[in-house]
Ligand binder design. Structure first.
Ligand code: BDP
Length: 496
């Protein structure tokens, strides 16, 4: 693998040559790498995840034919399992109401909702990571729910998650003076063991921290001392680039700059090391551009597509098993953060009319937006879909990103050997101004037809994204081809 900068061509365009190694020695990307995350509260309306919701099914399938739906979020701590229509509501512990966390409004999850969920998964071809509450739950109720979910979802259940962002429980659910990773692990074990007694084959992902990656390390270090530990397949964490919407630092240049991805890399290094100690993999189970529901003009525009493509591929190259971008209905996410979305206040303050505000997706970061009774794939989902084209493939070790960054252009690139044996390269030119002219060298003797696919929009702040396949195919010349990657554009080149 060698790359050389040819020469910079005046303003606005940089030429570079990249060689693509033939050795598929990088991480394998699971076929179900692509994922979405929804609030458990979404289940309060059993018709949402149901075989009848054809618009939502259509958008899930458009995003991926084999994804993973994760149910969790802040609202998962306020759900209670209601096995029978006449089951009474359990008593709930006292919690504190704080900014950014849900109000203490409890709701029921019923067998009907779980049955409908199973049919929805069947219709989409997706699997599920099912979130059971921890903050206000009991081991007995957790086990009851798990039995029903396991029986009903069958093979579509990938694993259980217990508790959402327990590293923030000191805010509203636990005593801040004593709450720690160690206490969390004790509580988690009590719930997981109760589930495992009733569902012996149960698998788990944990700890689903908001941001404290150090908890993964602490847990991995503690793990060998646990007798007969429950079967943990995945270590999980969340990620939001910044927030809330009122924070001026949440803007397009900051979202796309290399330093942002360097921080992602730092967390990935910590998480991967912890997972290695537990023979588990890492999954980023809930994340997006801007917490508390996203920021209009950042989360719902094309910049978010380039961000999600780059973010997902960076995690894939760190051996993550997948990425779940958070979203859902405006109501469920507003409830998850205390009842309203700061992004709406921002738009009102700017003088946008109710009609203009309604044209934004709610929440602003959602990958699949609800508009009236219909659904639409948002830019952030297009980026995930573009990266998801590598699902099932094996990454080729490259030094592309370093070589590209040496040119001063804000671009990254990844290459994979796809399940069908074809080699594919994704170049993400996040630069707002400079185009790239690449010479891709697939090696002497490489032959085949070159196909290109483009992730594009008129501008970084456009409320749209497209993935277009070029009808012009090219052939390699002496193992090489040239490709232009305009600024603010992604290109995928596949040799077939
Ligand atoms: C996460 C929560 C989720 C919220 C999201 C947000 O798990 O429920 O919807 O933040 O703030 O911390 O947007």
């Amino acid at each position: 693998m060698a790359a050389a900068r040819l020469h910079a061509q005046g303003q606005g365009k940089v030429r570079i040559a990249l060689s693509i190694s033939k050795d598929a020695t990088g991480p394998h990307i699971p076929i179900d790498f692509v994922g979405l995350s929804y609030e458990v509260q979404q289940l309060a309306d059993p018709s949402f995840f149901s075989a009848q919701n054809s618009g939502l099914i259509r958008e899930f399938k458009a995003l991926s034919s084999t994804g993973v739906l994760r149910l969790g979020g802040n609202t998962s701590e306020f759900a209670y399992w209601k096995p029978k229509p006449d089951s009474s509501e359990p008593e709930h512990p006292q919690v504190r109401e704080v900014v950014g966390e849900p109000k203490a409004q409890y709701y029921a999850v019923t067998p009907e909702a779980v049955r409908n969920l199973a049919e929805f998964l069947q219709a989409t071809g997706w699997n599920c990571i099912y979130g059971i509450g921890m903050g206000t739950n009991t081991p007995a109720r957790a086990a009851e729910e798990a039995v029903f979910v396991d029986e009903t979802l069958g093979d579509r259940l990938q694993y259980f998650q217990i508790g959402n962002e327990a590293d923030l429980f000191d805010h509203h659910l636990r005593d801040p003076k004593t709450w720690s990773a160690k206490m969390y692990l004790e509580e988690w074990l009590a719930l997981a063991r109760a589930i495992a007694v009733r569902v012996p084959a149960a698998k788990f992902g944990m700890p689903d921290v908001a941001s404290k990656a150090s908890w993964l390390t602490e847990i991995a270090d503690e793990w060998p001392s646990i007798q007969n530990p429950p079967h943990v397949t995945t270590l999980t964490h969340h990620y939001y680039f910044g927030g809330p919407a009122t924070n001026p630092d949440v803007n397009i240049p900051n979202l796309l700059k290399p330093a942002t991805m360097q921080k992602v890399q730092n967390t990935a290094t910590i998480a991967s090391a912890a997972a290695g100690k537990m023979s588990a993999r890492v999954r980023m189970t809930e994340g997006n551009t801007c917490y508390r529901g996203g920021k209009p003009g950042v989360s719902d525009v094309f910049a978010a597509a380039l961000w999600s493509a780059d973010y997902s591929l960076l995690l894939a190259s760190n051996d993550y098993s997948g990425v779940n971008l958070h979203g859902g209905t405006g109501k469920s996410v507003a409830n998850s953060v205390g009842g309203s979305l700061p992004g709406d206040s921002l738009l009102e303050a700017k003088g946008e009319t109710p009609e203009q505000i309604a044209a934004h997706p709610h929440p602003f970061y959602t990958p699949i937006a609800t508009f009236g009774s219909d659904y639409a794939l948002e830019p952030v989902a297009y980026g995930l879909k573009f990266a998801g084209s590598f699902s099932g493939g094996t990454l080729l070790k490259t030094e592309f990103s370093t070589k590209l960054q040496d040119t001063g252009v804000n671009a990254t690139a990844y290459a994979a050997k796809l399940p069908d044996g074809h080699t594919s390269v994704i170049i993400l030119n996040k630069d707002a101004a400079t185009d790239l002219e690449l010479e891709l060298d697939f090696g002497r003797g490489a032959r085949g037809v070159v196909q290109t696919e483009t992730l594009h929009a008129p501008a970084l702040d456009s409320r749209e994204a497209h993935i277009s396949t070029s009808t012009n195919t090219d052939s390699l010349k002496q193992g090489r081809c040239s490709v232009i990657v305009p600024h603010a554009t992604g290109v995928r080149v596949t040799l077939s």
